[in-house]
Design a protein around this ligand. Structure first.
Ligand SMILES: [Zn+2]
Length: 246
């Protein structure tokens, strides 16, 4: 009886979608046990095992993949990162984002609001009409030779890594011609801005998108219509940053 109560509480925690997957798996389990001719006590035992397995399989995506993935490079700097503001629309989001990343040990200093070199240790936030309509922002990282880590079309170049060829300059392109998902309007709300600044800087640090979209427990959700769209760094973000940037 204990296991039934236990399972009931797990079910309470599931979203309707995962619950349906679960129900589907349980029905398949029943078909499976019927087919193989289990009966009575033996059937109950098999059912318990299969139901447990079904629940584990249903819950696994939200626990295994609700975390930032790894873009394959690291940023070479953790302190006195030079912040360049070429996106004043986002002024009210920078300080709280810096405070949030400060919890993970990152510190920032103000740099010039233009794009002339030197770029080493700099992160530039640049808002313009980049000719995109559906893309809200793009985060580009370069090594100390000025070679790009991942191209604008998402191709990993091999110019950057986690040890000898770390990223040295972060260039975040924010698009003011966005006409995409209305959940992320143009101009953006403060909540949108709080999300975007943290999310894009996460990419500068090598954080990739989580595999799951909803209830992902990370600022690195894969799309702006994921729910919730977090406005602060989440537990899994701090865990990953702590491991990657001790
Ligand atoms: Zn992203």
């Amino acid at each position: 009886m204990g296991w039934i109560i236990h399972m009931f509480f797990i079910i309470l925690d599931l979203t309707p979608n995962t619950l349906m997957k679960c129900v589907d798996l349980v029905f398949k389990s029943i078909l499976f046990t019927t087919y193989y001719g289990f009966s009575g006590e033996k059937l109950m035992k098999k059912m318990k095992q299969l139901l447990s397995l079904a629940l584990i399989l249903a819950i696994a995506p939200n626990t295994l993949f609700a975390s930032p993935t790894d873009l394959g490079y690291r940023f070479a700097h953790k302190t006195n990162i030079v912040f360049r503001n070429l996106a004043p629309t986002y002024n009210d989001a920078y300080t709280p984002a810096a405070v949030d990343y400060g919890t993970a040990g990152f510190t920032f200093v103000a740099g010039p609001s233009h794009l002339d070199p030197p770029y080493s240790k700099n992160v530039a936030f640049h808002e313009a009409n980049w000719g995109w309509t559906t893309l809200r922002a793009l985060s580009l990282a370069y090594n100390s030779n000025g070679d790009i880590c991942i191209t604008e079309s998402g191709v990993w170049t091999g110019h950057c890594n986690k040890t000898t060829k770390k990223a040295d300059f972060g260039y975040i392109k924010i698009n003011n011609a966005y006409t995409g998902i209305s959940a992320f309007p143009n101009p953006p709300t403060l909540a949108n801005k709080n999300f975007l600044i943290r999310h894009e800087f996460g990419h500068t640090l090598g954080l990739g998108h989580a595999v799951v979209c909803n209830n992902a427990n990370t600022i690195m959700v894969p799309a702006v219509n994921c729910s919730p769209l977090y406005t602060t760094l989440q537990t899994s973000d701090f865990t990953v940053l702590g491991a990657w940037y001790p």
